[in-house]
Design a protein around this ligand. Structure first.
Ligand code: CP
Length: 307
């Protein structure tokens, strides 16, 4: 692949709506017939370069490549890489491109994947950069919504840490391309959605409201998207401790919810969804994690030019 032919995924808007629809279609084909895809990446390698902790994203990328018949190499801790000796992210991805056909990289610094993508010689996927972007989580969310509801004509409540929640910012940007979506932003005043995202919603003519009490929004929701208050993004522990329990979803609080509402969460959760909710038929956050594997399989195939 020449440099100009390489397609990277840094942010969700790097993909057109048609490309997203194409990925969802491939993911659905994979779910229907996994064996049909089990040899498609034979002799291909994925490098997972994780400078920040992860469970779902790294494991689902790993499982995705394995189920496509390919191999995986990489590290899950910057401390075990030569970053500890001062090697730059750019040099690390150039090296990885010597050993692998495609790279998935997570880094705590916003913008690190953009810098890395200027040097890479193979497709590079941003697997999360600080509080910035997490495009494969957004693809996961879109696939989940398309399978459980439809992509359009619903009311979604985004609840919790809307300020630092990169998954929320990317999901809103993606949903602005679909018709008939009403957004209810549920957060404490200190964790409200950043102005630049609200400006994007206004520019797109989206209908949105803001509230503090989850109970006020619950009866109207078709989708409830819960998020974790992210300790690692706070500047001081005191603020985190004050805000961490702002929302705890329980069965009692779900009494006013629609019977067919779905509950999503990018995970990991801390205590914002009580474990008792897991058995409620509306809970679909573990199914969402499964969707993450299907869409990452589709993405690997697409970026490698195999689908
Ligand atoms: N949703 C998500 O990004 O989870 P991990 O941090 O475990 O990868």
């Amino acid at each position: 692949m020449s440099k100009s032919e390489i397609k990277n995924l840094i942010k969700i808007t790097d993909l057109s709506k048609d490309e997203i629809d194409h990925l969802i279609e491939i993911a659905d084909q994979i779910e229907a017939n996994p064996k049909g895809f089990s040899e498609m990446c034979r002799h291909k390698k994925l490098a997972t370069l994780f400078f920040e902790p992860s469970t779902r994203t790294r494991l689902s990328f790993t499982a995705a490549m394995m189920e496509l018949g390919g191999d995986v190499l990489g590290f899950d801790d910057a401390g075990s890489s030569s970053a500890t000796k001062g090697e730059s992210v750019s040099d690390t991805v150039v090296m990885a491109g010597c050993y692998a056909d495609i790279i998935a990289m997570r880094h705590p610094k916003e913008g690190a994947p953009v810098i890395a993508s200027q040097k890479t010689t193979v497709p590079l996927i941003n697997a999360g950069d600080g509080g910035h972007f997490h495009p494969t989580q957004t693809l996961t969310d879109l696939l989940t919504i398309s399978r459980k509801k439809q992509l359009g004509n619903f009311t979604i409540g985004l609840c919790g840490d809307l300020m630092f929640g990169r998954t929320v910012h990317s999901l809103i940007e993606a949903l602005l391309r679909y018709e008939g979506i009403k957004f209810i932003l549920i957060s404490p005043p200190e964790l409200r959605l950043p102005k630049y995202v609200k400006d994007e919603m206004d520019e797109a003519g989206a209908e949105w409201t803001e509230c503090e009490a989850l109970e006020d929004a619950m009866p109207d929701l078709d989708i409830l998207y819960m998020t974790r208050v992210q300790r690692e993004r706070f500047f001081n522990e005191e603020d985190y401790v004050r805000l961490r329990d702002s929302y705890i979803l329980t069965l009692d609080k779900l009494k006013t919810a629609k019977d067919d509402m779905i509950i999503m969460h990018p995970l990991p959760r801390v205590n914002e969804i009580a474990v008792e909710v897991d058995d409620d038929p509306r809970a679909c956050y573990f199914y969402q994690a499964l969707c993450g594997k299907h869409i990452r399989m589709a993405l690997i195939l697409y970026l490698l030019g195999l689908k």
